[in-house]
Design a protein. Structure first.
Lengths: 543, 591
């Protein structure tokens, strides 16, 4: 549809100069006043019709580009969130975001502007060139010779500009780093009276940035006038060849005027054609990067024949550790640093890959269960607390649809309700980068509430109480255990004292469970457990 | 900041920039002189065309045609040369001034008090010196300068048109009115729509970023589907918001084209009336065709230019705000110090920190104060003695140290250094007598030698003296260190801190948790070295490790800004007071 409109627009655009030629020729014949007025009226009508078509054609084609952008972003995001966590630890967030914003943008530029330009240029040429040839053959050839020159100069100039722009950006980045470090170390800078020295060092950065900038602006200074001169060059050609034609009487003044308009109609599409080359090139590079994301299959995904299982009935066996956890048990996992506690917790929901029959739930290996359904059985509260930059309420209700009352209930369970009431906007207070900064303990309590909201069969708390003091921890813990009655809860923790409240304790060292039993038993018979208990007691005295 | 925009007129902001342009007055003069030249070479082109048509084509004179073609070529060529050099000059002036401004800004930043850095996020300072300045230069060149050039162009073209035929000129001028209206209307529409679209985009991008950073939560809470749904909504909102921009943009360009055709038709119509009387020539009509095109171009740019200028003012305002921050006070004149028996005397000093009420809001100037950290504290540090400041986090021990070197200014009371109020010393002099060794390190890209020497005079330094320290790190003096000390361990960086501070053999040494990241073995060597040196020096030490404080002459135990116990380690332990119980809890953890 857009193409049809575009076709019409260019047909009219090519026709109007012919009418103007008629009008100008009519000026010579002073008696044809009515005919002239009629011609002018036709021009006006044509111009109006063209304007309408132009509006629609542009709208349709630009929207096409936006639609492509929308679809592409959606596809990439959908693919991205399904990748396993390991993938993200290898990628820099900034790179991924840059692909979704910048690379998609350059594809859109191709789909929108560039499409419009290519079509516009081709159609314009198709309509205008025959008329130009009809008017004056040598002049048209001369004009055509100008075309590659225009395209070439645009390509070269925009390429250079982009090159230096990137250099400038890089220098700016270095300078930002420099300033950032300077400010972070300001107390030391001042203590050693290094202010002048820092200014000197900054000046070196500053000068190298200035040099890059000067290179960039040198090219920018030329590029505008170059384009303008090329357009003027068209006029020179018209004057030379057209003028000769007029003098030789093969061309009249109306032709001359029409030709001038033709050249003006074509010179900008031609110039933008050069710009187009750059767009196409960039889009190609972008497309490669996007393809790389889309072609990557998640390493952890549903295997062929995976089944749906959303319930947990009897027990989870860990064949590689030789243990199991029964339904509705509360388990504590303690151990030395890097003994594999978190790894184990993540394996349960296949955040990290497991081998066949390593972890079996109700007799079914977790690899044979569809990921989505497996993860609906478990909820993990990760070690590193991450809140979304939205309201407190939305954070708590992030993974479950809750009423406001339910959110408040959960906030009470983690002893956060009073603190939330003191926030500027209560439960509607935005937290994170765009809102208020929470303390580590507040963040942890929100993330605990967020997991409790899901109320799954199994919750795993991975060191989720580390920022809370012992008294708050045991208070919250009592509430959690009350709430979780009849369901399974696993606590990975360094606060050994709280394990007193658990049914069973696993003590891990070097990726295996070395001791097992309840608190009373381990206090007497454990070795590693006793050491951990001692260390923890000392630590709590300190604080 | 909004209030400030009103309080500062745009003219005053020009005054901010003026000093930076001054050194380039000659270049500016040339750039100004080039304006009429560039204008004439450009506006003459249609005029030459007119002459060519009426003079040579009408008379079928081929030689004259060649002459005019050559003339036109010359005009185009000259215009190219003049314009390029003009733009280049403007940019040269702009970039050089901006570089000076940037340097000045950084220089200013170095001299601001610590209180400023406490209340200003690092990122904001970085963007003042980088992106705001960049914005300023870009928009100054792209906005102000080009606006001036555009105005000259419009006026110049109008003059040429007027000279050529004033009646036609009036007709064309008449059509400028609807054009200006169209531009104002649609560009306002466009800008509002675009603002909305960009808001939606940044929402979508922020969602994206959060879901990537928080992917573990997304997976752990099994909310992949929910995330996808939310992103689709956000993405769709952006798509919808764009519709309005597309509409405004398409309409504007189509309507302007339409009006220019109207103008053309009106011109031909007028011509026919005038031609009847035999005054107007075809050449004039054609020249007018070109003038009209050339005239609409700068007018189309006009509102873009204004919005660019607006952002220049915003940036200038921000930069100005930083430049107006009060400098660190340094009113003292004394440069030399005569060491007396009483190194420091703190006389009833009080101090509290100020914090901005709202860190996220750049414009907020409101400040709140913390509770008093120190209140009417009096203390004396005597020559050649070693003091330990001990207490739990927040007791005020680090604050005392910061006040001694005037990183912060006390709110009331007086501090004397060797008998004279510290405010009477030049700050640099004061600080060169008191070597503070911090927990954090500040390593910059350069050799180890550079990092230790800093910019001090070689004859103040005693390299021989610090040799034992350097032997603790596996580096020779010429090894290159990287920015942020990424190629050395944090322990090594702390040793460098020591070397840097001790190489001048300072009179007073302050250790602020200076050995926290150093392993036990290295610390023992370091302690031995310090012990020898401190025989004849004064030291104030903050440390958690018992070993470090045990040997001090006097331990000051602080709580809530007050010295509640004072004495040697043994005395205080025997007293079984707060220090005793503090040490007990500490020894448990270090087991």
């Amino acid at each position: 549809m857009g193409c049809v409109f575009l076709f019409l627009v260019n047909a009219i655009a090519a026709y109007i100069p012919m009418k103007i030629r008629d009008a100008i020729n009519l000026l010579e014949y002073k008696n044809e006043f009515n005919l002239l007025n009629y011609t002018l009226l036709v021009i006006l009508l044509l111009a109006i019709v063209m304007a309408i078509f132009r509006i629609y054609s542009r709208q349709i084609i630009f929207r096409l580009g936006r639609q492509a952008e929308f679809d592409l972003k959606k596809t990439i995001f959908n693919h991205l969130v399904k990748q396993e966590m390991n993938y993200f630890s290898k990628q820099r967030t900034g790179d991924l975001i840059s692909i979704i914003s910048n690379d998609v943008q350059s594809i859109r530029a191709l789909a929108g502007f560039a499409m419009l330009n290519i079509l516009n240029t081709l159609i314009a040429f198709a309509f205008t060139l025959p008329r130009m040839f009809a008017l004056n053959i040598p002049l048209t050839w001369a004009f055509l010779c100008l075309v590659p020159l225009v395209i070439l100069s645009v390509v070269v100039l925009s390429d250079k500009i982009k090159f230096y722009q990137e250099l400038v950006q890089q220098k700016l980045g270095e300078m930002s780093n420099f300033i950032e470090q300077n400010i972070s170390g300001m107390a030391i800078v001042k203590s050693f009276a290094q202010e002048d020295n820092e200014v000197n060092r900054f000046n070196i950065e500053n000068n190298s940035l200035r040099i890059e900038y000067l290179k960039l602006v040198a090219i920018r200074s030329v590029s505008g006038p170059v384009m303008r001169s090329i357009a003027s060059f068209g006029s020179i050609l018209v004057l030379y060849f057209g003028g000769k034609g007029v003098i030789e009487s093969s061309f009249d003044l109306g032709d001359f005027a029409a030709y001038t308009l033709f050249v003006q109609n074509l010179i900008w599409p031609v110039a933008s054609f050069g710009w187009l080359v750059t767009v196409v090139y960039r889009a190609q590079v972008s497309q490669k990067r996007i393809k790389k994301i889309l072609e990557r299959e998640p390493e952890i995904r549903d295997l062929v024949g995976a089944i749906e299982k959303r319930t947990f009935d009897s027990k989870i066996q860990f064949n590689h550790l030789g243990k199991d956890i029964k339904k509705s048990e509360t388990i504590a996992i303690v151990g030395t640093i890097a003994s594999g506690k978190s790894f184990f917790a993540n394996q349960l929901m296949r955040m990290f890959e497991v081998e066949d029959n390593q972890i079996v739930i109700d007799g079914i290996c977790i690899r044979k269960i569809k990921l989505d359904s497996l993860r609906s059985i478990f909820t993990l509260v990760p070690q590193e607390t991450f809140l979304f930059s939205t309201t407190v309420e939305e954070n708590i209700a992030y993974a479950a649809d809750l009423s406001h009352e339910e959110v408040v209930t959960l906030a009470k369970i983690v002893f956060l309700d009073e603190e939330i009431d003191n926030f500027p906007n209560g439960y509607q207070t935005i937290v994170g980068e765009k809102g208020i900064t929470l303390s580590g303990g507040q963040k942890q309590r929100i993330s605990i509430a967020r997991a409790l909201a899901v109320n799954p069969e199994v919750i795993i708390f991975d060191d989720a109480f580390s920022s809370l003091d012992n008294i708050s921890t045991s208070n919250i813990l009592k509430n959690i255990l009350e709430l979780r009655k009849g369901k399974t809860t696993i606590f990975i923790t360094h606060k050994i004292q709280i394990t007193e409240l658990m049914d069973r304790i696993f003590v891990m060292d070097n990726f295996s469970i070395v001791e097992e039993g309840d608190y009373e038993y381990l206090k007497e018979n454990g070795t590693l457990f006793k050491e951990l208990l001692e260390a923890a007691k000392e630590k709590s005295n300190e604080g | 900041m909004k209030d400030r925009v009103n309080s500062k007129s745009n003219l005053q902001l020009f005054q901010l920039l003026l000093p930076y342009f001054k050194p380039h007055s000659f270049k500016i003069l040339i750039a100004l002189l080039l304006i009429p030249l560039s204008l004439i070479t450009f506006a003459a082109q249609p005029y030459i065309l007119q002459r060519a048509i009426d003079d040579s084509l009408k008379n079928f004179n081929l030689e004259k045609l060649y002459f005019y073609v050559l003339l036109l070529f010359l005009a185009v060529f000259l215009n190219f040369i003049v314009q390029s050099s003009q733009f280049w000059l403007i940019n040269l002036i702009g970039q050089n001034s901006v570089a000076d401004l940037r340097l000045n800004l950084f220089d200013h930043l170095q001299k601001l008090p610590m209180t400023y850095f406490d209340k200003t996020p690092v990122g904001r300072n970085v963007s003042r010196i980088t992106s705001d300045i960049e914005q300023l230069s870009e928009s100054f060149a792209g906005g102000v300068i080009f606006l001036i050039l555009d105005i000259f162009n419009v006026v110049g073209i109008l003059i040429f048109m007027f000279l050529l035929n004033w009646k036609l000129c009036l007709v064309i001028t008449f059509f400028l009115i609807p054009i200006v209206f169209l531009i104002i209307k649609y560009q306002t529409l466009y800008r509002t729509a675009n603002l909305e679209a960009r808001k939606k985009l940044s929402e979508a991008n922020s969602f994206l970023q959060q879901n990537i950073v928080g992917i573990s939560v997304v997976h752990a809470l099994n909310s992949v589907k929910k995330s996808i749904d939310k992103f689709t909504i956000s993405n769709k909102e952006f798509f919808d918001a764009n519709d309005a921009t597309i509409k405004a943009d398409s309409q504007l360009s189509a309507y302007i084209e339409l009006v220019s055709f109207f103008a053309l038709v009106a011109m031909i119509f007028m011509s026919s009336l005038i031609l009847k009387n035999g005054i107007l020539t075809i050449g004039t009509v054609l020249a007018f065709l070109q003038y009209t095109q050339a005239l609409f171009e700068p007018i189309r740019n006009l509102s873009d230019r204004f919005s660019v200028i607006q952002s220049a003012f915003t940036a200038a305002e921000r930069v100005d705000q930083l430049l107006e921050e009060n400098l660190e006070k340094d009113e003292g004149l004394i440069e030399g110090v005569q060491i007396t028996n009483e190194i420091f005397r703190l006389d009833k000093i009080s101090f509290r920190y100020s914090r901005p009420l709202d860190l996220k809001n750049e414009d907020s100037k409101e400040e709140i104060f913390t509770d008093w950290v120190l209140k009417d504290l009096s203390l004396v540090f005597e020559k050649n003695k070693k003091y330990a400041l001990v207490g739990r986090t927040g007791c005020g021990k680090s604050t005392i140290i910061k006040l001694l070197t005037r990183l912060y200014e006390i709110d009331s009371g007086e501090i004397f250094f060797c008998g004279k109020n510290i405010n009477r010393y030049k700050k640099n002099a004061l600080r060169s007598y008191i070597a503070v060794i911090h927990q954090d390190s500040y390593i910059f890209a350069g050799t180890l030698r550079d990092n230790i020497k800093l910019n001090r005079d070689e004859n103040e330094l005693d390299w021989e003296f610090i040799k034992p320290l350097l032997s603790l790190i596996n580096l020779d003096l010429e090894s290159e260190l990287s920015e942020r000390a990424t190629n050395i361990s944090s322990g090594e960086a702390q040793v460098i801190n020591f070397a840097r501070a001790l190489i001048t053999k300072p009179e007073v040494i302050v250790l602020d948790e200076a050995t926290a990241k150093i392993d036990i073995k290295t610390e023992q060597v370091l302690q031995k070295f310090l012990e020898d040196y401190l025989q004849t020096r004064t030291a104030i030490i903050i440390a958690h490790r018992l070993e470090t404080i045990k040997n001090c002459d006097q331990i000051l135990f602080l709580r809530d800004g007050f010295v509640i116990e004072k004495g040697s380690h043994q005395d205080l332990l025997l007293a079984k007071g707060e220090y005793f119980s503090y040490q007990q809890s500490m020894s448990l953890t270090s087991k």
